[in-house]
Design a protein around this ligand. Sequence first.
Ligand code: SAM
Length: 389
Amino acid sequence: MSDDFLSRSRDKWRELPAGGEILGRAFSSDLLALDDASLMAQWQVMNEAARIPDVRGWFHCLYSDIFAGRRVIEVGSGFGFDGINFLAHGAHWTFSDLVLDNLNLVRRVVDHLGLGERASYLHVDNERSFAGLKSEPVDAIWAIGSLHHAPFDIARTETLDLLRHLKTGGRWIELTYPYERWLREGALPFSEFGKRTDGERTPWAEWYDLEKVKRRLFPSRTTTILDFTTGGGNFGWVDLRVDEINPDSVQSPEIALMGYPVTAMNQASLKASPSEWRLTCPPRIWWYGMSLGLAPAMQKLGSLPFPGLGYAVDLEIVVQSGSVGVVLAGEHVDDFVGRERVLDARPSTHRVTVMTYGAAKPSQLLVRNTMHGVASQVRIRSAVLRFAA
Ligand SMILES: C[S@@+](CC[C@H](N)C(=O)[O-])C[C@H]1O[C@@H](n2cnc3c(N)ncnc32)[C@H](O)[C@@H]1O
């Protein structure tokens, strides 16, 4: 099944983004057919377009010094615009790709530029290819627009194998497609979303937010260094420090919370059905509107499988007016056990995760009004409790 999927992907990714967002796409086999001088001229044109500040320039600037003298594995290196830049600034770089021609092309450019000494290559022949990679422990994994093109389970298998090569304290850096982009472009099945983002022959594209990247690495523990949207709203950037590596294939159980009883607070209006909680908050800022007691769900979740993990609730919320805060708390409402997330009204659904600080046990999930002078209105459509790393 995954071999079939990856062979369809291989057929797609013979054709790659040709630099920036202006040059369209090009087939590596066409470039490989050129003589050296024409190939280098063409690659330089693409590279110039790719490295403008608003596309790759900013992150080349940010990471060139960080990677100098360090080892990095790149997942899905395409035409090599990133790896070749970082090689030129002193990194040791392993290029990997599904498509042999893509790697052959990068190797020709690297050799022509005299950078071959610190470069190595891995053909991703199947989803376990990274398990067979012979490499010294590396300082970073670099996956720019690659792993989100495979179904989560395949990408997770690759991720767990990659983690075995990463040093404790190493970085995990990804460019993703954000949840908001997926919603905006029609909330399509992932087998269709790729056609919208990358063209007709694309077998898959999956949205990611920070928490979904972390779920792929679970139960390895991470510290978030960067998490933001870039590229005019089309891309997500996630940079994690991996503090404790545990490439165990165990995944967290997930307890759906819709259907558990919720309580209105401070005369808020609350309508609960098994598929939705509709809340109109009290009209005063900071006043609580709703509490969901977590004791039965926490019991069902069970005890922490590893020390150092915490708890998280993933929510899908439509904020129709005003602004609300969502937070995990202990027995008393002001005893927050994690950071509150504040969500302003917008037409599309928010996907948000509230988490505990470390292993603090949450007793309740609270929703409160966070806008002055407005009785904020929300619909909560999904809430799932799980362990977080
Ligand atoms: C959109 S291109 C991005 C190429 C390059 N990273 C860049 O930023 O221009 C996607 C790349 O990811 C690779 N890829 C797709 N799925 C992959 C997977 N499951 N594992 C490894 N590489 C993959 C493709 O071969 C292709 O080179």
